[in-house]
Design a protein around this ligand. Structure first.
Ligand code: ZN
Length: 190
């Protein structure tokens, strides 16, 4: 067990931070969807990136309904997001795939995380299966919520550093590719 886990016990919550999840959404969404249909427009591009970040973080909104890491953290929920895309933008399969992938990163990253609260893991295969799944990798550190403790901030800093090191490069490649595409489409229209 990680020493900080022993120290903080149930004050720790598993899984990546919202920063890691936002980066994951942006990474997958831009690698698959690039600048989407933003046509070189800066404010549309910012809204697209914000949407990807929100989709990366969205499954944790289940905290609000007290059903954490259940149906919202599953491939079934990913399919619902894709279905929503089909309804909203019927002729944009790249956007369906990019938004679905942004949401899926949350499920995958949580699966690779460290869980300290039972039931451990997530209901990844809902609605086919309601069992909780957890990888044994524990790649991402648990997140301390006792923000008034110095040691808590140190553990939070370590958690974010690992997320930036693992997810950051993918997000950087996605953003650079998106920027290049935006420039090309601006050159075409200019
Ligand atoms: Zn989560």
């Amino acid at each position: 067990m990680i020493p900080s886990l022993r120290r903080y016990g149930n004050q720790l919550i598993g899984m990546p931070t919202p920063i890691g999840h936002a980066l994951g959404g942006i990474a997958a969404g831009t690698l698959i969807g690039g600048a989407a249909e933003t046509d070189g427009d800066r404010s549309r591009l910012v809204r697209w990136l914000a949407l990807l970040a929100v989709l990366g973080m969205l499954p944790d909104a289940d905290f609000l309904v007290g059903a954490h890491r259940e149906a919202s953290h599953s491939v079934g929920a990913v399919l619902l997001v894709v279905g929503g895309g089909v309804l909203v933008v019927p002729r944009q399969p790249r956007i369906w795939a990019a938004t679905g992938a942004a949401y899926l990163t949350h499920v995958v990253l949580d699966w690779l995380g460290t869980d300290t609260v039972a039931p451990f893991g997530l209901m990844a295969l809902w609605p086919i299966d309601t069992a909780f799944y957890m990888s044994s990798v524990e790649l991402f550190h648990p997140v301390c919520r006792q923000y008034w403790l110095v040691g808590c901030w140190a553990s939070l800093g370590r958690a974010v550093a690992v997320e930036l090191a693992v997810i950051g490069p993918f997000a950087a490649v996605g953003l650079v590719r998106t920027g290049l595409r935006r420039r090309r489409s601006r050159d075409r229209s200019g």
